[in-house]
Write a protein that binds this ligand. Structure first.
Ligand code: URA
Length: 442
């Protein structure tokens, strides 16, 4: 096989077969295909797409490029949840303890922030002492013992995706349906869950901006999961404004703890309950999502979910004092308000810009090597539809650097649109794809 010929084939809109895709991925991981040729291939895929078969072959080739985690030593149905990435999305920190508190094994391998989107592993590392790099043996032991473990992906989990993702990031080829679907699903398949609940975001803070594109991505990922014999469903949820009010690593953990204590914002609470309830259905605990939501609500009111989070933190070396004393989290030096320039209604928040503002403050990585500042972020006081008066605080910036505060402030100001009339309301959940691949609307 010559990589040159495969590039020509894809450039001309033809289909690559399983053997060609396998060989291409294996040779790329082995360093036999240079980045410039793979970049040309990615761009050809970007413009010409891949059909369902090609996307499945690419997913399997990437999943098989490293370790396939064996979770068979954990009894019960292991259910995982994955989001396609958003701003202020801390649902994993909320639903994982709720679901585990119901006795369902939650063996969760999570990622770090990508671009303008945050990642669960970075957030958890803001808890003093918390280790996200536990061994596979400890991971399995903890799930068997307390029903929950959350760790970072092991170095050799889908290494082909790691290499390809870094290349996509710098060649403007991230937001392509087949490439996103195969990237996410290769990691999910390799991390061993029996069943997968996908949260596919849509809107200005998502990789897929239109609802139609998000449904199509969800459909593709559900097909891949079910083809690989993992029961997979998806929900399409709104990311046209940040989820909840807190953005930034330590800040998001605080908001997740508050939500588990029953004081969370409505959107964050409802989405966490809905995704968690889908996990209960996938684990055969109930047949009905509404019943699942009620079961999970009880874990908040009776304190079982917050207790489970405490157990998770203790089991992974973290300081459990953080549950009641937020002063032990990393704290920024400055807190600066941003105010509204006029009276009106918040009619739009350009959500990826809010994510980039948090990244500029140090909450995300500018390069792969960047270390992140866990204390910084943004607290939103006003969200879409809220009435504001000129001079009202719309949000607070938490920062450690005056210059970065100025650039973040500019981005946030231009991200907020204030108009005379309130915007049409958007649903929190648009619908989903069931395990048979059928689309439903909410
Ligand atoms: N998350 C991933 O892991 N991969 C993508 O391509 C996009 C979001």
């Amino acid at each position: 096989m010559r990589m040159y010929d495969l590039i020509v084939k894809k450039r001309e809109g033809c289909k690559l077969n399983e053997h060609e895709i396998n060989e291409m991925i294996n040779d790329y991981v082995a360093g036999k295909i240079p980045d410039y040729q793979m970049s040309a291939m990615l761009m050809a895929i970007y413009f010409n797409g891949m059909d369902n078969d090609e996307t499945l072959y690419l997913t399997m080739a990437m999943a098989n490029s490293g370790d396939m985690l064996d979770l068979s030593k954990i009894s019960g149905i292991k259910v995982d949840k994955h989001s396609t990435g958003g701003v202020g999305d801390k649902t994993s920190l909320i639903l994982a303890p709720m679901v585990a508190a119901c006795g369902i094994p939650v063996a969760k391998m999570s990622g770090r922030g990508l671009g303008h989107t945050g990642g669960t592993i970075d957030k958890l590392e803001s808890i003093p002492g918390f280790s996200t790099a536990i061994s596979t043996d400890d991971f399995i032991h903890n799930v068997n013992n307390i029903h929950i473990a959350i760790s970072g992906q092991t170095a050799n989990l889908a290494p082909a995706d790691k290499k390809l993702y870094a290349l996509r990031d710098v060649t403007a080829t991230v937001d392509q349906l087949s490439l996103i679907a195969s990237s996410i699903m290769s990691k999910k398949l390799a991390s061993g869950a029996d069943s997968i609940v996908l949260d596919v975001k849509t809107g200005s803070g998502a990789f897929m901006k239109s609802t139609e594109a998000s449904f199509a991505l969800a459909q593709e990922m559900v097909a891949i999961g079910n083809n690989a014999k993992r029961r997979t469903v998806a929900i399409i949820s709104d990311m046209d404004q940040p989820l909840g009010k807190y953005i930034g690593n330590a800040l998001e953990v605080i908001e997740a703890i508050e939500t588990l204590k029953g004081n969370g914002p409505e959107d964050l609470t409802l989405l966490s309950l809905t995704l968690g309830a889908n996990m209960l259905v996938a684990a055969n605990m109930t047949e009905n999502v509404d019943t699942g939501i009620e079961i999970l609500r009880k874990t908040i009111t009776n304190g079982a979910a917050i207790e489970k989070l405490k157990q998770l933190i203790a089991a992974q070396g973290g300081n459990t004092t953080c549950i009641d004393d937020y002063s032990i989290f990393p704290k920024s030096k400055y807190i600066e308000p941003i105010t509204a320039d006029r009276d009106g209604f918040v009619s739009h928040i350009q959500t990826d810009e809010i994510g980039y503002a948090s990244l500029i403050l140090g909450g995300g990585r500018q390069t792969k090597e960047s270390t992140i500042d866990l204390s910084v972020g943004i607290i939103l006081e006003k969200k879409c539809g809220d009435n504001v008066k000129c001079g009202d605080t719309i949000c607070y910036i938490h920062s450690n650097d005056k210059e970065k505060t100025v650039s973040a402030k500019q981005r946030i100001k231009s991200a907020y649109v204030i108009n005379d009339t309130p915007p049409a309301s958007r649903p929190l959940i648009y619908g989903g794809i069931d395990e048979n691949g059928h689309r439903y609307l909410k």
